[in-house]
Design a protein around this ligand. Structure first.
Ligand code: DAH
Length: 345
């Protein structure tokens, strides 16, 4: 600033105020953005502009007044144009950056619980509704709880490493949820009303009806005066809740080491309603799971008074319920986790 500008008198002399005004005004009109306009301002009104230089050098009053009028007019024109351009730029941004909040979003597919988990919860809810408690069991069990306490004879085939996964001589991956019965009765006095769901393991080669890991729900009720009729009434209720209110139940004798008598529950076929089809192997009935009256030996084993108390128990496979209910032809499908199957439930 302090430095004296070198002014070429020829330039000043050459300024034709009218011609300058005309080019300057045209430049203002033609500016297409505020930045553009800033450049125009610097060029025509800046410190080194012809106008400023001419104003500094001007000697006669008329030219001075003329130049000042031009300066004012130009300043005014720039500020008007600036307002116009600002508005245009704002409009453009508003148009470009507009967010239409009414456009529907991209749908995100929600996951859900696996069918087996759904059925387990359903099972639990049915029994919670009957006043039962849900208890956990252990997947790693001792042979004591998995076999001895459940009255398995010493020579029972399930005790063989061909059928059961042993971790060591006395420890197995449980083959059924029934050990939960023993653990529950050992820690509480009757009355007992529990269900105990969980995974079980058997040394099976996977095929359409077997997987080495599967799920069961164990049930146990021990109280004074419990009879086989209570068991059958409870299972009839359970079957209708699981397979539909119009189903009928039937019970046939069976054998389990820890129940006497032992029964197998059958449900009338929900596919053919009893008239015979491939699902029920033309019998009209489907086997759902085992049950029975708790063997007095088992009650005595845990220190219950078998003269005073009786009980019933059952242990049903969740995979079996799933394939029956939904007509899934191969149990292994439940482990493949193909979304095309899972999505259907
Ligand atoms: N534990 C048996 C099994 O895995 C199922 C079973 C049958 C459980 C009868 C019971 C029962 O509690 O009373 O085949």
């Amino acid at each position: 600033m302090s430095e004296k500008q070198e002014i070429d008198p020829a330039t000043v002399a050459a300024v034709d105020p009218e011609a300058l005004e005309e080019t300057a005004m045209r430049a203002v009109r033609e500016a297409t953005s505020t930045e553009d306009l800033d450049r125009v301002r610097v060029e025509y009104l800046g410190r080194k502009s012809q106008l400023k230089l001419a104003l500094r050098e001007v000697r006669d009053r008329n030219t001075g007044m003329q130049l000042n009028k031009f300066r004012e007019a130009l300043e005014m024109a720039i500020s008007v144009r600036q307002e116009e351009l600002r508005q245009l730029e704002l409009d453009r941004r508003l148009a470009e950056e507009r967010v239409d909040v009414t456009i529907p979003g991209t749908p995100v597919r929600r996951g859900h619980l696996h069918l087996i988990t759904q059925i387990r919860r359903e099972f639990e809810d049915i029994f919670l509704g009957l006043g039962y408690t849900v208890v956990d069991g252990r997947e790693v069990e001792t042979t004591h709880y998995n076999f001895d306490a459940l009255n398995f004879p010493l020579v029972h085939p399930t005790r063989s490493p061909l059928h059961t996964l042993f971790l060591d001589e006395h420890t197995v991956l449980r083959t059924e949820t029934s050990p939960s019965q023993i653990r529950t009765m050992e820690t509480q006095e009757p009355p007992v009303y529990i269900v105990s769901p969980g995974r079980c393991y058997r040394r099976d080669t996977p095929d359409a009806t077997h997987t080495p890991i599967f799920h069961q729900v164990e049930g146990l009720a021990v109280d004074e005066g419990i009879t086989l009729a209570d068991l059958e009434g409870t299972l009839d209720y359970l079957l209708r809740e699981l397979f539909g209110q119009e189903r009928r139940s039937q019970f046939v004798t069976h054998y389990f080491p820890f129940t006497e008598p032992s029964i197998e529950a059958l449900v009338s076929c929900h596919i053919c309603d009893g008239s015979g089809c491939p699902v029920c192997r033309h019998s009209g009935w489907i086997e759902v799971g085992g049950a029975g009256m708790v063997d007095p030996n088992v009650l005595e084993f845990v220190g219950y008074d078998a003269e005073r108390y009786t009980g019933f128990a059952f242990g049903w496979g969740l995979e079996r319920i799933a394939v029956l209910r939904h007509g899934i032809p191969d149990l292994r499908e439940l482990w493949r986790n193909d979304p095309r199957l899972l999505r259907q439930f």
